[in-house]
Design a protein around this ligand. Structure first.
Ligand SMILES: [Zn+2]
Length: 307
């Protein structure tokens, strides 16, 4: 008999073509999402966090391989489009929230990059950003093309190299200074944009009432490996504190690493997550998980490759 396995599928933006002000944004169309969920539940036993962890401990084996659905970044799409589909089918989704974005109504730099790219087109956005970096008297970092391609397998080489320099290599303060100015120039007040982009705590609690599970995705959405030990602790403690303050109590709270490739987090990060009582953590390394898998480096498959 085959060994039991756990497939974890990850999603980001899920929206409808109509009513979406950013047609150039990379998103999964909402009807494609619900069809995909139906296909997955034909092939798999749909897991809860509890059954998934039991399988990994070797204490549970389903009649079919297990499949767990996960959603990063706490965008409103997850409340509007995803939760109704899952509630309707009695499936639990895991939703990873960026606590700082919700609490302080700020837009994470990673998302500013997505929306400025969608608004201006990649070439123009990159041109303006690099000019801003030069304006600060800084050099754009030399980006290793292979590392960038591994981190962003769905993007072409130019976009991947830009995203890697932007999210991983440029000093956070410089990145924020330049991107904040350009973002404000295009979209006006950041807090209004943030309120439209992310779920509110009220919505997050309603998702919990519908059977959904919430988890942490850091406070500021920075790659943990780029932070000092102290910065990392401050970020993760704040993420945990706000989750505990705002969400309905959960027996267990999972975590998902921003960016999520193996080099985006460290052993120190895993240690801190354990101390803060996050029960497991999901990476973006592609693969299926077998019994005995490391619960703090769980592998996922992007929704584009799930079925
Ligand atoms: Zn993320």
């Amino acid at each position: 008999m085959n060994q039991p396995t756990l497939l974890v599928v990850m999603y980001h933006y899920v929206r409808r073509v109509e009513g979406n002000a950013f047609p150039a944004l990379h998103f999964l169309e909402a009807d494609t999402f619900s069809r995909q969920v139906d296909e997955l539940r034909r092939r798999y036993e749909m897991a809860t966090l509890e059954s998934a962890l039991a399988l990994l401990r070797g204490e549970y084996r389903g009649r079919r391989p297990l499949c767990l659905l996960t959603f990063d970044d706490g965008v409103k799409d997850h409340y509007r489009e995803v939760t109704p589909v899952l509630v309707d089918r009695g499936i639990q989704g895991l939703f990873f929230l960026v606590t700082g974005c919700m609490e302080e109504q700020v837009v994470a730099a990673v998302h500013k990059n997505h929306f400025l790219t969608a608004q201006l087109g990649f070439a123009e956005w990159r041109r303006r950003f690099l000019a801003g970096v030069r304006g600060l008297g800084l050099e754009w970092p030399a980006v290793d093309a292979a590392t960038a391609a591994r981190t962003y397998p769905w993007d072409g080489p130019e976009v991947a190299a830009f995203k890697y320099g932007f999210n991983f290599q440029l000093a956070a303060a410089a990145r924020e200074a330049v991107v904040d100015e350009l973002f404000a120039g295009e979209f006006g007040e950041e807090s209004a944009f943030a309120r439209q982009l992310y779920v509110s705590w009220e919505e997050a609690r309603r998702m919990q009432m519908g059977g959904m599970m919430l988890g942490g995705h850091t406070h500021r959405h920075q790659a943990l490996a780029t932070l000092t030990e102290r910065e990392m602790r401050r970020d993760l403690e704040e993420c945990r504190r706000i989750l505990d303050l705002r969400m309905f109590p959960q027996q267990q709270t999972p975590f998902s690493y921003p960016y999520g490739k193996r080099d985006s987090f460290t052993a120190e990060a895993v240690g801190q997550l354990r101390e803060l009582d996050f029960c497991c953590a999901f990476s973006t390394e592609a693969g299926r998980n077998a019994v005995g898998a490391d619960c703090y480096a769980l592998q996922r498959v992007d929704c584009k490759q799930a079925v």
